[in-house]
Design a protein around this ligand. Structure first.
Ligand SMILES: NC(=O)c1ccc[n+]([C@@H]2O[C@H](COP(=O)([O-])OP(=O)(O)OC[C@H]3O[C@@H](n4cnc5c(N)ncnc54)[C@H](OP(=O)(O)O)[C@@H]3O)[C@@H](O)[C@H]2O)c1
Length: 407
């Protein structure tokens, strides 16, 4: 194997430039995993280099130009030249996927595209590899971060669709021309790709029915809130009779639904199959550095033979003492000064109390507290001291609390 692995980069915009930066940062860490050091060997933009030059000098092509042509032609030419290709181009794959996958098979190269659907959420890999043996019944999810941000803001603050869209554009979550996102077309392209993988049948974007969020009003959101419902732009690909149905539309969800808690520019995809029940994957749905991370993962996969677990490259210590938040449940004699003594012990160990509930139980009382995160060693030191107090009616009970708040 050559000492360097040459990556030709087509496109140097939001994702392309983030990809080049990430590859530079991670090259030292990738070399021991793959046996070769990846480097950018050429970059193509409208004003930089030529495709022929980039192709000739590379072992693998990363296509981050977007659009249909010349991206399609370049990807085909690269595969014909025996080079693996990594792309994040959902429009290309949802319209010309069959032609491109056939070319990859014919030329014995990989065409990887994790970044094309749900940003960094590894749903392509999960469908193609982890769940390759499962008969999938349904894939549904929130696959467009822009619309999810807009709907989340409308729900949280009561602002109009137009105001939320303006906010999304200001934060860089929506493009100057947001048509593909807000009409559901972007999500439709992603659902066509997911359906193709889930059901092993060709699915073109033209076969996906889609509706967008442009007609949603602040009133819809207010009523939904009163009814305990949240509104999301949901993509669904499912078996229907002998065939499949693939669609994108706004839909209300009850609060307990796994997709209801996905807020802001996040994406989430739920895969359902009798064999696995249900798996939900979620994470950032777009963004330069995030998508670049998915693209780099694909490049590394293409660099190493499949199904190998590389040698461990690190020797990281196992850290035993970590921070956790705790719930504690204490049964105590109901007499003056009990709470003060417990508070003193907690204070000495630096434990800070988030909430307390006290309940009388005849001559006894029950104290339930939720504590802010602290080192477990300090918490257990405090708990041991509390357990020795003479007014304790039973050993104290403690359960960890995961108090992370998801955006
Ligand atoms: N942005 C995201 O968060 C995101 C997330 C997931 C997937 N993606 C996908 O990733 C791809 C790239 O998106 P992006 O946001 O990085 O796009 P972008 O910022 O518009 O960058 C596109 C790049 O491609 C180059 N390019 C376009 N057409 C070209 C042509 N005909 N010849 C040579 N160079 C050409 C542009 O060159 P110039 O600089 O000369 O114009 C630019 O450098 C798209 O397929 C997109 O759907 C993006």
């Amino acid at each position: 194997m050559p000492e360097t692995f040459r990556v030709g980069l087509l496109g140097h915009g939001t994702v392309g430039s983030a990809f080049e930066a990430l590859l530079g940062e991670r090259a030292d860490a990738i070399e021991p995993i793959t046996g070769t050091r990846p480097e950018i060997s050429g970059v193509l933009t409208r004003s930089r280099s030529s495709f022929e030059e980039v192709l000739a000098g590379s072992d693998l092509i990363v296509e981050l130009m977007g659009g249909l042509e010349p991206a399609r032609e370049y990807v085909l030419q690269a595969m014909r030249a025996g080079k693996h290709v990594v792309s994040a181009n959902k429009q290309l794959l949802s319209q010309h996927g069959e032609e491109l996958w056939a070319a990859a098979r014919e030329h014995g190269v990989q065409l990887r595209f994790e970044g094309a659907v749900a940003g960094v959420v590894p749903v392509i890999r999960v469908l193609q590899e982890s769940l390759a043996g499962a008969r999938i019944e349904r894939v549904h999810g929130i696959v467009n971060g822009t619309t999810n941000y807009i709907l989340s803001e409308m729900a949280a603050t009561g602002i109009s669709y137009e105001q939320a869209l303006g906010q999304a554009q200001g934060l860089g979550y929506a493009e100057a021309d947001p048509t593909d996102d807000v009409t559901g077309k972007d999500a439709a392209a992603k659902m066509a790709i997911l359906a193709r993988l889930a059901f092993s049948t060709p699915v073109h974007i033209d076969q996906v029915r889609y509706e967008g969020i442009e007609l949603i009003t602040a009133d819809d959101m207010a009523y939904a809130r009163d009814l305990g419902l949240g509104l999301k732009l949901i993509g669904t690909a499912e078996r229907a009779g002998d065939g499949i149905n693939v669609r994108v539309h706004p839909a209300f969800l009850y609060a307990a639904h796994p997709l209801a808690s996905v807020h802001g520019p996040f994406n989430a995809v739920t895969v359902e199959s009798d064999a696995i029940t249900e798996i939900t994957l979620s994470g950032p749905g777009a963004g330069g550095p995030q998508t670049a991370s998915a693209v780099l993962g694909d490049v590394i996969s293409a660099m190493i033979p499949p199904a190998t677990t590389p040698e461990a490259t690190e020797e990281l210590p196992i850290v035993e003492d970590v921070e956790s938040a705790f719930y504690i449940h204490l049964e105590v004699a109901d007499r003056p000064g009990v709470l003060a003594q417990i508070a003193e012990i907690l204070g000495l160990q630096g434990v800070s109390v988030k909430s307390v509930v006290q309940e009388g139980l005849g001559a006894d009382a029950r104290l339930v507290m939720v504590l802010h995160p602290l080192l477990e060693s300090r918490f257990y030191a405090a708990l041991r001291m509390i357990g020795q107090l003479d007014f304790m009616r039973s050993p104290p009970r403690a359960i960890r609390v995961i108090d992370e708040e998801f955006v």
